[in-house]
Design a protein around this ligand. Structure first.
Ligand code: 6GU
Length: 287
């Protein structure tokens, strides 16, 4: 894999300083939009947006359905920064590159990170269109040594061996449940364990069965790397999966996972997901 040089503290600081010189927005919340959920960024008022290609040191996005813009603005008066399009292992990036925007968030002053993704449902009680509050994760690339914190530790960001048993803030999970029930979303608001794989191929039937047995409720190709780096540098994390399809679990099934279905479901539920996130946001407390 590529080395992480070029993404050291000074490079991140230079990028953050450049961004802070270009906008008056001082975000306390950072949002990462998953496939088909970029509409969240469009809700921001008084936008100042940057193509990733215009930001010094920033990685570039390649996938269809990911716009590749960093959008600053306010959501119901709250200053936010929003990644419209994220980076994935399957695009071939070094894992440190994928997660570099979390360190930029930190240096911009972000205290809370909200991440969304599209995921396949492994839990048999889940339906397409369900929104899953992520309460924990299985980091499969991490088991194989591909962890974004591998390499020299940067103490200015965090400790060598960060705790992950409290990765997903429990108060924010409860807040999301409360907000979801107020909005009338209880029927499709679930909670569960998200498992990340490298992709880009979808899982085999045997792999889905294995992941389900291991305790995963949903499977996808993102988020966990970002969560690890966000927690390492002390930001509070909340994450949601939109269940865009059911993972294929038996040999009689005619279903096949495909990217179009993922994007289609994203559109269908996007509005509700956006309302959930924006309402949560207005209830956040910051120092
Ligand atoms: Cl079924 N698998 C993975 N790995 N990622 C997904 C997905 C499935 N559905 C949406 N994203």
């Amino acid at each position: 894999p590529e080395s992480n040089t070029g993404y050291n503290y000074e490079a991140c600081q230079a990028t953050a300083d450049w961004l802070l010189s270009q906008t008056a927005v001082r975000p306390l919340v950072g949002i990462v939009c998953g496939s088909g959920m970029g509409g969240l960024a469009d809700m921001l008022k008084d936008q100042v947006a940057f193509d990733y290609s215009d930001i010094p040191n920033f990685p570039q996005s390649t996938v269809h359905g990911h716009a590749g813009r960093l959008v600053f603005g306010t959501l119901k008066g709250r200053p936010c920064v929003c990644m419209q399009g994220r980076f994935h292992l399957y695009e071939g990036y070094a894992i440190q590159k994928i997660t570099m925007p979390m360190r930029i968030f930190k240096l911009l002053g972000v205290e809370t990170v909200i991440l969304t993704n599209a995921a396949g449902g492994l839990n048999q009680d889940f339906k397409v269109g369900d929104i899953m509050i992520i309460k924990d994760h299985l980091n499969m690339p991490g088991f194989a040594g591909n962890n974004p914190l591998a390499g020299p530790n940067e103490e200015r960001f965090g400790v060598r061996f960060p705790c992950m048993s409290d990765a997903y803030d429990r108060e924010l999970q409860q807040l999301a449940m409360d907000v979801g029930s107020e909005l009338g979303y209880s029927d499709f608001l679930k909670e569960g364990v998200y498992c990340v794989l490298g992709g880009p191929s979808f899982e085999t039937i045997a792999e889905c069965r294995m992941l389900h047995k291991l305790g995963a409720d949903a499977v996808g190709m993102s988020t966990v790397h970002e969560v690890i780096v966000a927690r390492h540098c002390g930001m509070r994390v909340f994450a949601l999966s939109l269940i865009t399809n059911k993972a294929v679990m038996d040999y009689d099934s005619e279903d096949k996972a495909n990217h179009e279905e993922v994007l289609q479901t994203g559109k269908h539920r996007a509005e509700q997901l956006e309302r959930l996130v924006s309402t949560i946001l207005t209830r956040l407390e910051h120092n």
